[in-house]
Design a protein around this ligand. Structure first.
Ligand code: NDP
Length: 277
């Protein structure tokens, strides 16, 4: 056991989670990452616990093991998540919708339920959930991912109200496009329809370009560290310029302007087809 603050970062085998783990190590935390495979991958100074956020028993076992080892968890960063390649909402079955929510939303619920009793008994703790700017502003052809991240945002809001009276604060960090393995790890829609083929090609091209010019994962990691250290953390932090701009528009611009802006950004038509009646 040591006196360092102990942080646990889910999905630390690559991308944003790995960058967060490194940032926290450099800031003096004792950091544990998680991966479904466990073992190596989190980089120097970050042991990877084997943990699947979709599996109740796996979550409970990993938290118990960490508490036996360190005796405390000061910071939980819920980062594990994935998306679906650009597709219309009706191109995913309900099974696929469940899979997205099982990791992106229920994964956070499982981790929170496992860690909060311990933090509550100590009257201290921080939980930082990695949402997405798409959890604030939804875009077409990413409906299930947007919905799962809106769920993360809503859950975090309610949780922060509940837990602050027990000394625990909850924050949601909302990155924009970030250069990671995210796209490679996207699931393909499991109920593709020919009618959406042309639009899928078009939107995929726009998204690929945006990803290629996106921020590096360190941008998100820096915001997470800022939130973890803040004496009075905010509920929401955006990460990256584009996410900040979208959040600003969402808060202050007329809804119609944002609506048109989203369609223009994805190169979609901005006029409604003439109505039959
Ligand atoms: P990566 O694909 O690089 O990393 C995803 C991580 O999640 C991996 O370490 C993977 O670990 C882990 N993971 C996936 N499923 C599970 C599971 N069931 N249990 C435990 N771990 C799991 O993507 P990013 O780093 O880009 O994504 C990290 C987070 O950031 C996600 O929540 C994503 O939605 C969010 N985000 C990403 C953006 C982007 O543009 N990249 C923008 C906004 C938000 P392993 O495979 O080893 O189990």
């Amino acid at each position: 056991m040591n006196n360092k603050r102990v942080a646990l970062v889910t999905g630390a085998s690559s991308g944003i989670g790995e960058a967060i783990a490194h940032k926290l190590v450099a800031a003096g935390y004792s950091v544990y990452g998680t991966s479904r495979r466990g073992g190596a991958g989190g980089g120097e100074g970050v042991p990877l616990l084997k943990l699947d956020v979709t599996d109740d028993a796996s979550v409970e076992a990993a938290i118990e093991a960490l508490l036996r080892l360190e005796g405390r968890i000061d910071l939980l960063v819920n980062n594990a998540g994935f998306g679906i390649a650009p597709a219309a909402a009706e191109e995913s079955t309900v099974e696929q919708a469940k899979a997205v929510f099982d990791t992106n939303f229920l994964g956070i619920v499982r981790m929170t339920r496992a860690v909060v009793p311990h933090m509550r008994s100590r009257g201290d703790g921080r939980i930082i959930n990695i949402g997405s700017i798409l959890g604030v502003v939804a875009v077409p052809y990413a409906a299930l991912y947007c919905a799962s991240k809106h769920a993360v945002d809503g859950y975090s809001q309610a949780l922060d109200h509940e837990l602050r009276t027990h000394g625990i604060r909850v924050t949601v960090v909302e990155p924009g496009y970030t250069k990671t393995q995210f796209e490679t790890n996207n699931l393909q829609p499991d109920a593709k329809l020919d009618v959406y083929e042309a639009i899928r090609v078009k939107v995929t091209k726009v998204v690929n370009q945006a990803m290629a010019t996106g921020d590096g994962p360190d941008v998100v990691a820096e915001v997470v560290l800022q939130a973890a250290r803040a004496e009075r953390p905010k509920l929401r932090y955006t990460a990256g310029k584009a996410a900040g701009q979208l959040q600003f528009l969402r808060s202050f611009a007329p809804a119609r302007l944002l609506d048109t802006g989203i369609r223009k950004a994805l190169k979609l038509d901005t006029k409604l087809p003439s109505q039959a009646h």
